[in-house]
Write a protein that binds this ligand. Structure first.
Ligand code: NAD
Length: 369
């Protein structure tokens, strides 16, 4: 019997519905070719959720997610919508952070790939791009300074205040994200760069110790440690030295965006946030790195590739359908090599390139699968 995948598809706001439609089109093409079935449950989230039932994460949407094996997410948030709605009820917090917490998504994987054909879109000089950039940033997502207690702003007299954030990591939290990173490195070029601030932070010293210990289980992977300030510099000086980059939460937040800039457009960068694995299946949340792009929404201008590759990551990480995931990634590469470009990656000086819309590039990728 063929595998049946239960997917909650939450398109969200802005360009979300446009890019989600293309990702579902490509998934359906892959399901035909690789003989698996998909059961897609589409549900509103973000302002679409507020419009539908008064909440950024409607109860029915959360129920649909819980009844699914993974979530394919678009993006949420429209900065100009109703300023009277308080921050904790706005989509970014009430939907996105809530879902991350609800499903204990502790590992964020962001592959950043700059194909040679898109060298013009990268902000780095061509000699720094080598044969193309291909980095996987793994970010710990549920610990560290964003969540540690105490966390407060206190009045300390004389009109002064004091802000406190606390950085906390336990051995177990570091071990589980290190395991995810080493396993990912085994599937790639077998090099892991672990980022810390071991020269100043106790957290950094523990991080380095634990990662070094976990590395003993993965003798085929080469481990190196790098201080975060140097890593920020190396990413722009010599990005081709990196394969998998492992970071705690805040360092990963910053470095993953720096790395994303190397791919030339947010429309090219997917991400996977993984929770616990039970048996064959890992619950995952898959979304483009970019936001709702209100400036281009509803105009057939958005690049759907980040959403389409997010769907490929879902097949790989949640459902172990590696052949189908590889086929989608190869189809994206083929279409780019054939010269099709949405506006964000189009170079008017390139005579072989042709500017197309969201739907056209989605059709071409689905056909290439
Ligand atoms: P953005 O990522 O939406 O847009 C930044 C720039 O990148 C814009 O010029 C946009 O046109 C471009 N861009 C982004 N995705 C693109 C794509 N697929 N194709 C072509 N161009 C693309 O960031 P922003 O403008 O700062 O935020 C807009 C809204 O999105 C805000 O409400 C923000 O909170 C929200 N947001 C949501 C998420 C999420 O849901 N995970 C992530 C980031 C931002």
């Amino acid at each position: 019997m063929s595998k049946r995948l239960k997917i909650a598809a939450l398109a969200g706001d802005g360009i979300g519905p446009e890019v989600m439609a293309e990702a579902l089109k490509v998934l359906r093409a892959a399901s035909k070719k690789f003989a698996f079935e998909i059961e897609v449950n589409e549900a509103p989230v973000g302002w679409a959720g507020i419009d539908a039932s008064g909440k950024a994460l409607p109860d029915a949407t959360l129920a649909a997610c819980k009844a699914s094996d993974s979530i394919l997410f678009g993006s949420v948030g429209l900065p100009d919508r109703d300023p009277t709605i308080p921050r904790d009820q706005r989509p970014e917090r009430a939907a996105l952070l809530r879902l991350r917490k609800e499903f204990s998504l502790f590992a964020n994987l962001r592959p950043v790939k700059l194909p040679k054909a898109l060298a013009h879109a990268c902000p780095l000089a061509p000699q720094r791009q080598g044969d193309g950039i291909d980095i996987l940033v793994v970010r710990e997502l549920t610990g560290g300074i964003y969540f540690g207690q105490p966390k407060s702003i206190q009045d300390i007299g004389n009109g002064q205040q004091r802000a406190t954030d606390t950085m906390v990591y336990t051995t177990a939290e570091i071990e589980r994200i290190a395991e995810v990173s080493f396993r990912a490195a085994q599937q790639r070029r077998k090099k892991l760069t672990s980022i810390d601030k071991a020269n100043v932070l106790e957290n950094g010293a523990l991080w380095r110790d634990v990662v070094t210990r976990v590395a003993k289980k993965y003798p085929d992977v080469t481990l190196e440690h790098m201080l975060v300030d140097n890593a920020a510099m190396q990413l722009v000086l010599r990005p081709t030295q990196f394969d998998v980059v492992l970071c705690e939460n805040m360092f990963g937040d910053i470095l993953s965006d720096e790395a994303a800039a190397l791919a030339g457009s947010l429309g090219m960068v997917p991400s996977a946030s993984l929770g616990a694995t039970s048996g064959e299946q890992t619950f995952g949340f898959y979304e483009p790195a970019g936001g709702t792009a209100p400036d281009i929404a509803g105009k057939n201008l958005a690049n759907p590739i980040a959403q389409i590759i997010s769907a490929a990551l879902m097949l790989r990480f949640s459902f172990k359908l590696n052949d189908a995931a590889n086929a989608i990634e190869a189809a994206v590469e083929k279409v780019i090599n054939a010269g099709l470009r949405t506006g964000d990656i189009y170079n008017p000086a390139d005579n072989s390139a042709r500017k197309v819309g969201t739907r056209e590039i989605g059709d071409a990728i689905a056909a290439a699968v």
